[in-house]
Design a protein around this ligand. Structure first.
Ligand SMILES: [Zn+2]
Ligand SMILES: [Zn+2]
Length: 258
């Protein structure tokens, strides 16, 4: 069984917990660590977990909303950090307690959880995103995609659960306060997925096994929860009861795949 929860998602910090097993034999992975150690400890406590039980920190790319707290957390609790060589070299603080390099074309295991990484178009050195599996169910997490490609859709086949970036509403972004260069970066094919693109991605995916779809990395300035949720509904051809969002403040609480 896979369980997962978000500690918070958005441009001020991202972190997701993925677990399998029960009791003593749990495997617990922290995907990205964009919060300070103190903040992360508080957020973990609200999910009834503590940092000393985390088996691994896995990093998707070097942007500070994903990696800002990884070094300190790794050192404080002696947790290994798994990441690509490119991401490692671009992290300002990469003095990790232990470092494990990954190849973003090769699956690997952390205890009972299989991780399937794949490279993505995003403006970082060697970014990747992941599908997590315990052999029975598959959880895809894509928080930072500039655009979706046939290659990415291929990796997201047959998922039971998907955490999907819904970063911006195009009209809000381009009429908003961001400097022009930043607007263009966000909307570019190596920036973020907007609501329309997320909807389009869902329409191209095989959704037959999908139980949970949760929008993540929703901009607080360039999007509204209502727009993001509507995009997910339109993409899935479902009602608002079947979709939800991760918030910057609280993420979302535990979900289970079995
Ligand atoms: Zn990023
Ligand atoms: Zn990000």
């Amino acid at each position: 069984m896979i369980r997962f929860a978000s500690l918070g998602s958005g441009s001020k910090g991202n972190a997701t917990l993925i677990e399998s097993g029960s009791g003593e034999s749990d495997t617990r992975i922290l995907l990205d660590c964009g919060f300070s150690t103190k903040e992360l400890e508080i957020r973990l406590a609200s999910l009834e977990r503590s940092a000393d039980t985390i088996n691994a920190i896995v990093i998707t790319h070097e942007h500070s909303d994903h990696v800002a707290g990884a070094g300190r957390l790794s050192r404080k609790y002696n947790i290994p950090v798994w990441l690509t060589v490119g991401t490692y070299h671009m992290c300002r603080d990469h003095d990790f307690a232990q470092t494990r390099f990954i190849d973003c074309h090769t699956d690997f295991e952390i205890d009972a959880i299989n991780l399937h990484p794949f490279p993505v178009p995003h403006d970082a050195r060697e970014p990747c995103q992941f599908v997590f599996s315990d052999g029975d169910s598959r959880l895809g997490i894509v928080t930072d995609l500039g655009c979706h490609t046939p290659h990415i859709l291929n990796h997201l086949k047959g998922l039971n659960s998907l955490l999907l970036e819904c970063n911006y509403d195009r009209d809000m972004l381009f009429s908003g306060a961001y400097p022009r260069i930043l607007k263009e970066r966000v909307a570019s094919f190596k920036g973020h997925l907007g609501n329309e693109q997320s909807k389009d991605l869902l329409q191209k995916l095989d959704l037959t096994k999908l139980k949970h779809v949760i929008g993540v990395h929703v901009s607080e300035k360039n999007n509204t929860p209502e727009y993001a949720l509507q995009a997910l509904c339109d993409g899935m051809n479902c009602t608002l009861n079947d979709v939800s969002l991760a918030s910057q403040k609280n993420g979302f609480s535990w979900r289970e795949l079995n």
